[in-house]
Design a protein around this ligand. Structure first.
Ligand SMILES: NC(=O)c1ccc[n+]([C@@H]2O[C@H](COP(=O)([O-])OP(=O)(O)OC[C@H]3O[C@@H](n4cnc5c(N)ncnc54)[C@H](O)[C@@H]3O)[C@@H](O)[C@H]2O)c1
Ligand SMILES: [Zn+2]
Length: 289
């Protein structure tokens, strides 16, 4: 950029999935202490999640999401026509966050997802446009109320406390967990199932929440169980490490009803152990006890 003579009036355009727009935003945030940038988002996850909220970052082998900056783009362009070529697995990854948004905030969107699941999977542009628009509204609403993640923004972490631990565990094992490939979207789906189970076991979730979530995730081809229980103690260690990195208590977002969640900070290790073991079909005993 220096060689090309870009100056304070230049604009960075990120065209691609979340990796590209996160990188473009981070570069724009740091070049000459911040120049303007535009996100042209081409993945479903990028359109409904990564390009909304102003968080920019680069991945580092030692950590995820620790090197970054808050730097809002001047504009975001999300053309659902680009999703026609998105690989199936990447569509699923985005759908996992879409289910999350509906579950935490918007019961009517959840109804739409149930009613239009086939059209969504067939990538019908008008349906996708409606789904993307409503997801952007949900994330933008939450972020506008709490840009720096002091409170409300944490509800966006639904499924991610457990999900991130499962994703890390899978990464340590070459991307697989209990014999199955685990992407971010798949890990979040499993994380939402585990976290919903904690709420169900506490009796704080309305009847039907877990079942509707499970059915919708399955329709979108996302996993809701594992063939064997993950390494529960390792998962807990990862969660404690994440918590330390954030400098706070272990917080879990628990669903109360479709469209409503609660930010809870008194979930015990035993509740997490039970939920993780509950992910295994046959109730096999967890590794390491
Ligand atoms: N800033 C935020 O708030 C935020 C939120 C969530 C995720 N993220 C970040 O987003 C990244 C994940 O984004 P992602 O899921 O888009 O992954 P990605 O950018 O890696 O894209 C997924 C794959 O799809 C390809 N692709 C993208 N658009 C395509 C299209 N239209 N047609 C065909 N192929 C296409 C990409 O080349 C890539 O191989 C992670 O780095 C994550 O940390 C950021
Ligand atoms: Zn996510």
């Amino acid at each position: 950029m220096l060689k090309a003579g870009l100056d304070r009036g230049s604009v960075v355009v990120g065209l691609g999935g979340g990796v590209v727009t996160d990188l473009a935003g981070f570069v724009a945030a740091t070049y000459m202490r911040g120049i303007r940038w535009v996100a042209v988002s081409t993945s479903l996850l990028g359109q409904v999640d990564a390009s909304v909220g102003g968080k920019t970052a680069v991945d580092h082998p030692e950590c995820k999401n620790l090197i970054g900056a808050f730097h809002q783009p001047s504009a975001v362009l999300a053309d659902v026509a680009t999703l026609a070529t998105l690989p199936e697995e990447e569509l699923r990854t985005g759908l996992s966050e879409v289910v999350k948004h509906a579950l935490i905030r918007d019961a009517a969107l959840f109804d739409t997802l149930e009613a239009e699941a086939d059209a969504i999977l067939a990538r019908e542009p008008t349906v996708l446009e409606n789904v993307v628009t409503r997801n952007v509204q949900i994330k933008a609403d939450v972020v506008m109320a709490d840009e720096r993640e002091g409170g409300l923004r944490r509800i966006l972490n639904y499924g991610h406390t457990v999900g991130h631990a499962l994703e890390t565990l899978a990464m340590e094992a070459g991307g697989r967990l209990a014999g199955a490939a685990v992407t971010h979207g798949r890990a979040v789906a499993l994380g939402m199932m585990a976290e919903a189970q904690i709420a169900a076991a506490r009796g704080t979730a309305e009847a039907g929440v877990v079942g509707r979530q499970r059915a919708l995730l399955e329709r979108f081809g996302l996993p809701v169980r594992l063939d064997e229980a993950p390494d529960v103690e390792r998962c807990l260690a990862i969660m404690r490490h994440d918590k330390k990195a954030r400098g706070g208590r272990l917080r879990v977002i628990l669903p109360e009803a479709v469209g409503a969640v609660r930010d809870v900070d008194d979930v015990t290790d035993d509740e997490i152990r039970e939920a993780l073991c509950g992910l295994a079909d046959d109730g096999a005993p967890p590794k390491n006890g």
